[in-house]
Design a binder for this molecule. Sequence first.
Ligand SMILES: Cc1ncc(COP(=O)(O)O)c(C=O)c1O
Length: 429
Amino acid sequence: MTRFSGGSMADDVRVSAHRGPTAPETRTSSAIDQVDAFAAHNYHPLEVVVTTAAGAWVTDVTGRKYLDCLAAYSAVNFGHGHPALITAAKAQLDRVTLTSRAFHNDQLGPFVEALATLAGKDMVLPMNTGAEAVESAVKLARAWGYRVKGVAPDRATIIVMDGNFHGRTTTIISFSNDEQARADFGPFTPGFVSVPYGDAAALEAAIDETTVAVLIEPIQGEAGILIPPADYLPAVRDITTRHNVLFIADEIQSGLGRTGATFQCDNVRVVPDLYLLGKALGGGIVPVSAVVGNRDILGVLRPGEHGSTFGGNPLAAAVGRAVVELLATGEMQDRAKTLGARLEAGLRALTGRGVVAVRAAGLWAGVDIDPDLATGREVCERLMARGVLVKDTHGSTIRFAPPIVATAKDLDFAVEQLGIVLSELSMRR
Ligand SMILES: Cc1ncc(COP(=O)(O)O)c(C=O)c1O
């Protein structure tokens, strides 16, 4: 395990005042004012302006340090500025960064071979963002349905799960149940059927002769770290195999170490037909995503049918290969498991003291706060004031997904601060 965060900064944060340059509040507010004035308002960020980061810690423009317990929605699984990843990126920056797929580059081959090997599959379709990997899988599944399974032209359907989150494109929001993500963005793409998450019987009942695939998050992250029953994904595997339907696992957030395994599917001993990967695959440096599967599925794509100018670019491939090398040793996965157990125990100890439920898998936890106490947003704001960055989701749930390079002391610090925030909130009742 490479250690580079310089140990825990928890003590540092406890005593830290604003110790940056003069007029720190001015620097913070002018940076936020600029974003408010010139960037579209499609986010509602916490009022912290990060300027540097190392390992599990970020520093704001005033010099104040915070423990990053979001890790860019798991894109920074291996910590900010991981030396092996930065070295790979810097070396490639000096060689060549983009060729397009009109030509070969010498980085793509080693990357796709390493990733296919890590996943135990034949082939990789490289893309950039998570949503592009999902879109690519939708196209692949439909083409497979028509060309291999023999579904009638333009009739293919894909089964998705209630409460899903797979990204923000028009097609993807077409099968979301989140009205905020859909309102005023129609008309929507047809060809999707949604069933309750975790209900294998409902899934099987929804399959008909038009079904080409089932698209599932092995854990629903944005929905609040919802973990289905242990026998659910094995049942999905069994059902999809029996009906000759593809099992597509969106491991964009759950994969690549976060849950204490390379894939959450590994934790329940299931092998899907396609893995969708993104976020951490780019090491928090560049957007890198991929669809990974066997030749009988990925092989349906012919030259000219699908592509991306940046997909498979040499910089992304060099970083992606370094990410795969980190994962190949298994150390990150083991560390996430060990640290995750500690985080979960700490959070569970707050049950009844403002916490009503904790759901955890590896170093990933959804914590439901008593809605009578505060909104998730308010808890996040108070934690920020105490040096911990987390993000709320769905009202009063907050999620913890610190970089896997965080220390045990860092996690204890985060739990301690949550405990203090919850006591403060209880006292005002
Ligand atoms: C499970 C899952 N799929 C897809 C996406 C979309 O990824 P991106 O934001 O890179 O498009 C996300 C993003 O949060 C996700 O959590």
